[in-house]
Write a protein that binds this ligand. Sequence first.
Ligand code: PGA
Length: 253
Amino acid sequence: MRQQIAAANWKMNLDYKQAKTLLDTILAQQIMLEAHRKVVFAVPFPYLRMARKKTKEMVNYEVSAQNCYQKKSGAFTGEVSVEMIHSSGARYVIIGHSERREYFHESDQVLAEKINLALEHRLTPIFCCGEALSIRESGKQDAYVAEQLANSLFHLTPDAMQKIVIAYEPIWAIGTGKTATAAQAQEMHAGLRSVLARQFGQPVADLIPILYGGSVKGSNAKELFSQPDVDGGLVGGASLIAEDFTAIIHALK
Ligand code: PGA
């Protein structure tokens, strides 16, 4: 079975003490994960090490960075390298979140460079894609999202592609409380999987987890995750509430 993943994207929230308390509260639930399930905490850089220390004893609980720089090392004041992330104990990195694309002008090309570096340093990229409301309203979302994949991922070999996690996050649903319906999510995820199958072959496409993101909550996770091509969620707001996020973990297939 494909990996089913509940990924928490804390974004730029919580001070150090609050972050520790939130992790402690969630981990205290001792939710056991079967081999095909994973929980990933994408925490701010300064908390990577602490989060790894706390999750280390728990099977299939992992830590992620929310971004990385596209160069290996050097004179890039204020940036964080994939090596720093890996050596802090994280095994995932979010690449191409819509907030990075919009506020930091990250291009498809830069994201391709980040993908390459992450894979070289044994980090699993969680590659985000998704359309703005105007694109959805014009009915061009399928082509738009397929192009995001093509521009940042299609240079990979099928072997490398197998190591990627995709997160489909329609921008109009992020932080708005407006979730895509389960049918809308399924339709896009199935479409993305066939785009991947054409480029990398069906067996590879069948292995790639495609997460849904955009106002996932404890109350709607089960319905979203029950769709055949929705392999879990990338969760912002609700991942900051222990009760909500544990419900989301329980909702995994
Ligand atoms: P949200 O954010 O769950 O708060 O909508 C999701 C995300 O941006 O990853």
